[in-house]
Design a protein around this ligand. Structure first.
Ligand SMILES: *Cc1c(COP(=O)(O)O)cnc(C)c1O
Length: 363
């Protein structure tokens, strides 16, 4: 659509135009029902069909069998920092964390805050998280190992999953790279992701739990903090975020129409290559902040020769409809988030703009 920008926001982020158009088409009168999805009872048969369809599509795309529970909760990924530790770390065990960025750190801190025994299995904080830890060491009696697969602020992404003993559950915060490529999701006992980066709007969080760890759930937790509640009530103990869940379902359908995760990955690599090539072929004018082998497909972080040029870059990019490129303050510079829904044309336009800007603004 002509007056839409290319939005490189880290989140809430760009959504597929096809999805927005479908939402628009059905907004006032969903499939002839004479009302919008927002106005439906979450108990109505029509809404339950929308909900079940979203769950089924998530399972299909991720290749999950009936040995997994799929939940749509509210409270964001941030609430999952708390819930994972609260539900799955008994008093005699230790919650293990790989600290690969700010979000991982927040998950770790939350477990500490509620009095859990914790252990840092690895950290790259000393490098300002410009790389992902390659080695780690579990504590005695680990309750689980928690990782963050993509570090949204720092532009790094895990390439190889940690190998851990079978009886230690692997938990992952995949908020900023879930469904960006095929993955062996069966390696994970618990996965969570705030929808607003790669799979929908803000307000809903996808949580996937392998049933074989449910016997480890801690009893007697506050109702809303307990996975048991949400599993038993199929995410409808209270009113779920009905409209965001509906949109997640449409995004799932869009992924299927694009050819599934293998096709999505191919596009994501091509998009990332445009921008990383513009960095690598700039004779040092653009400097990537992430260690090359840990580079993210989703968030591309880089600096210009100085902060004045960075400010000019951001403002001139905006005039060309390339928006929200300012980096997070902990890294500075530029961050281009190119989630699944960023069109190829957006990545290409940014790469072209980078070359032109460099030519017009020598260091
Ligand atoms: C954005 C983000 C979060 C925070 O998500 P909320 O839904 O805002 O709580 C957590 N982890 C990662 C990796 C993120 O990118």
């Amino acid at each position: 659509m002509e007056n839409r920008v290319f939005n490189f926001s880290a989140g809430p982020a760009t959504l597929p135009e096809e999805v927005l158009l479908e939402v628009q088409k059905d907004l006032l009168n969903y499939k002839g029902m004479g009302l919008s999805v927002m106005e439906m009872s979450h108990r109505s048969k029509e809404y339950v069909a929308i909900f079940d369809d979203a769950v089924a599509r998530v399972k299909k795309i991720m290749g999950l069998g009936d040995d997994y529970e799929v939940l749509f909760l509210s409270g964001g990924a941030t609430t999952q920092f708390l819930m994972t530790a609260l539900n799955f770390c008994p008093e005699d065990k230790v919650a293990n964390y790989i600290l690969s960025g700010n979000w991982a750190m927040q998950a770790y801190k939350e477990a500490k805050k509620i009095g859990k025994k914790t252990h840092v299995a690895a950290t790259t904080e000393e490098n300002n998280y410009s790389n992902v830890p390659k080695e780690f060491k579990l504590s005695e009696n680990p309750a689980f190992l928690h990782i963050t697969t993509n570090n949204t602020l720092f532009g790094t992404q895990i390439q190889d999953l940690p190998e851990i003993p079978k009886d230690v559950p692997l938990f992952a915060d995949m908020s900023s790279d879930i469904m960006c490529k095929p993955m062996d999701f069966s390696k994970f006992s618990l996965i969570y992701a705030g929808a607003q980066k790669n799979i929908g709007p803000a307000g809903v969080t996808l949580v996937v739990i392998k049933k074989d760890i449910l016997d480890r759930l801690q009893p007697n937790l506050p109702t809303m903090m307990s996975y048991e509640t949400h599993i038993k009530k199929e995410s409808m103990h209270n009113t779920p975020p009905t409209f965001p869940i509906y949109i997640v379902g449409l995004v799932m359908k869009w992924i299927e129409e694009k050819g599934g995760l293998a096709a999505i990955e191919k596009m994501n690599i091509e998009k990332a290559n445009y921008i990383y090539d513009a960095i690598d072929n700039s004779n040092g004018y653009y400097k990537g902040t992430a260690n090359k082998e840990d580079r993210s497909l989703m968030n591309i972080t880089y600096r210009l020769p100085n902060e004045d040029l960075e400010a000019k870059f951001i403002s001139e990019a905006k005039a060309k409809k390339l928006v929200t490129l300012k980096g997070h303050r902990s890294v500075g510079g530029i961050r281009a988030s190119i989630y699944n829904a960023m069109p190829m044309a957006g990545a290409k336009a940014l790469a072209d703009f980078m070359k032109e800007f460099q030519k017009n603004n020598p260091a």
